[in-house]
Design a protein around this ligand. Structure first.
Ligand code: C5P
Length: 317
């Protein structure tokens, strides 16, 4: 073997997947399977997770490392959704589960922005390409839904209506770009505990009633690229339970609104708060107001809609 070939890097695939904000999130009463029926409008935003899948020796199994902001808060064992995504793809394709995964964080951890789901979506696409598995898109979306309710949307990206658990998706028409500022907290909120508090606050309710999706105004705002109307239509049924568990989030919403945000809402199950600005510059101003008021631990400025999971680079032998 020549020296040049011996030094060649192993085959690898680098994939990026976006985080999301729920523009609306309506939650129905818990079903027998422990999940809540949802009617939601997702928007992918320009905060990305990157997953690199690298070929390892046959029989080496799955390994995982993590870098980037809050990397220390992310598990590196089989409880990580990216690890589970690689294992699930191997199981379903019958291919050996041998891969080295590396995650570079770019989405706030445990913040209600689906960073873990983005890792799973990226790992599915990266391993599918590295192993040359050729799993058709509809099957990839099914595997994604098995991994978590938000994983299919991270594959799809842009803006979409989600029903069932949020995993049944219909793309939505949008015009232009919306400018967001996200205020995050060092301590995350667990999604199941926010849903549990939702149940406690709702009290006993009739099962099998899907949430009413009354998002006509918001859909109009998206189609018209009207940020003012979008800001007014933002809505999240999980905001009340998230505020109940974390009362200090009320101040984050207040500061955003008093600083001229077009709208402010808890993102997903929180504790991240999303504020909509008139422009990127205004989104930066909103972040500065949060920092000055000392109500968030970090601010992240991003725009939406952003594309779904995509291969960035691929190194083959
Ligand atoms: O699907 P995912 O793993 O992201 O969901 C985490 C948890 O959030 C679930 O185990 C469930 O307790 C709760 N959940 C829910 N209803 C949904 C989505 C999530 O109750 N539609």
């Amino acid at each position: 073997m020549s020296a040049r070939l011996a030094a060649a890097p192993p085959p690898s695939v680098r994939v990026r997947a976006p985080g999301k904000v729920n523009l609306t999130l309506r939650v129905g009463p818990v079903s027998n399977d422990g999940y809540h029926p949802l009617a939601t409008i997702f928007q992918a935003v320009s905060l990305f997770e990157e997953v690199t899948a690298t070929q390892v020796a046959p029989g080496a199994g799955i390994s995982l490392t993590v870098s980037g902001p809050q990397a220390e808060a992310v598990p590196t064992d089989e409880s990580n959704l990216a690890w589970r995504a690689a294992a699930l793809l191997a199981e379903r394709t019958g291919l050996p589960a041998d891969v080295g995964l590396h995650i570079t964080k770019g989405v706030p951890v445990a913040g209600g922005m689906a960073g873990g789901s983005a890792d799973a979506a990226a790992a599915l696409v990266a391993c599918d390409a590295l192993w040359d598995a050729g799993v058709p898109r509809p099957e990839l979306l099914e595997l994604a839904a098995e991994l978590g309710a938000d994983v299919p949307f991270s594959l799809l990206g842009h803006t979409a209506v989600g029903t069932r658990r949020g995993d049944l998706l219909t793309p939505a028409m949008t015009r232009g770009e919306f400018h967001w500022c996200f205020g995050t907290q060092r301590e995350g909120l667990s999604t199941p505990s926010v849903f549990r508090r939702f149940d406690e606050l709702a009290g006993p309710s009739t099962p099998d009633v899907a949430p009413a999706a009354d998002d006509t105004e918001l859909m109009h705002a998206l189609r018209a690229g009207d940020a003012v109307a979008l800001g007014k239509a933002l809505h999240n049924d999980l905001e009340a339970p998230a505020l109940d568990l974390r009362p200090e989030l009320a101040a984050v919403l207040d500061v955003a609104v008093s600083s001229g945000a077009l709208g402010a809402v808890v993102s997903g199950s929180g504790p991240t708060v999303a504020a909509l600005g008139r422009s990127r510059q205004h989104a930066l101003v909103l972040g500065a107001a949060w920092t000055a008021a000392d109500v968030v631990d970090a601010v992240w400025v991003a725009s939406g809609p952003a594309p779904g999971t995509q291969i960035v680079t691929s190194v083959s032998r």
